[in-house]
Ligand binder design. Structure first.
Ligand code: 3PG
Length: 207
């Protein structure tokens, strides 16, 4: 269940560690009005699933996905919540099987050429490159692009407004992901205008 087609127009993916389920809808609306139409809610907080459900139900124009998947049973949970794609920092055969079982577009993680080839063999053209900056950053992606020309990446982990454009300039990078767009303190204080502004700044990197 390669996710390339679903995310083809989404070059910046906000990676959200949701402070609580109540912020999910205003957060998604703020991002949408800033010009970003995809959101990855990480399964790292208790309220993440409920937040995904709220966004799926109330903000239908937002493509909501779930991130940080690490157990196969989470695919059933996110499918029930209405997630439209899934992301993992890595991959295992059980995770890939669960994605296929649920027909869930999935962006599995890879950080070495062998991992990338193993995923490509299973039909995953789009892969998450994580943790991007620590795993070699742009020079690494540029280097693997020569022997692995078909594989496409969404780098995350250390992507910032300062380096996002340079990542996006690489031929094998289709999108970047990052948590900088939705700081926890703005979620907690309900400052969605600030999140809208950061989102708009991020969207303006693309023009
Ligand atoms: C992820 O799950 O993709 C990363 O934790 C996001 O990394 P960042 O916080 O460095 O943007």
């Amino acid at each position: 269940m390669d996710a390339s087609k679903l995310l083809v127009d989404s070059r910046i993916v906000p990676v959200v560690v949701l402070a609580n389920a109540d912020v999910a809808v205003p957060l998604a609306e703020a991002l949408l009005s800033s010009g970003l139409n995809v959101i990855e809610v990480t399964l790292r907080t208790d309220d993440a699933l409920q937040g995904i459900e709220k966004i799926a139900r109330n903000v239908p124009d937002m493509i909501v996905g779930a991130g940080s998947l690490r157990r196969p049973e989470q695919f059933a949970e996110i499918a029930a919540a209405g997630a439209r794609f899934a992301v993992s920092p890595g991959a295992s055969q059980r995770l890939l099987d669960a994605a296929a079982e649920h027909g869930m577009p999935f962006i599995p993680g890879a950080a070495t050429p062998s991992e990338m080839i193993a995923l490509f063999e299973q039909g995953y053209q789009l892969q998450k490159f994580f943790p991007a900056e620590l795993a070699g950053g742009r020079p690494f992606l540029k280097a693997v692009g020569a022997p692995l020309p078909e594989v496409r990446f969404m780098p995350t982990g250390g992507v910032t407004p300062d380096n996002a454009v340079d990542y996006l300039k690489l031929d094998n990078v289709t999108s970047v992901g990052g948590s900088w767009i939705t700081p926890r303190q703005h979620q907690q204080s309900g400052n969605f205008d600030a999140i809208r502004e950061i989102g708009a700044d991020a969207a303006s990197l693309l023009v």
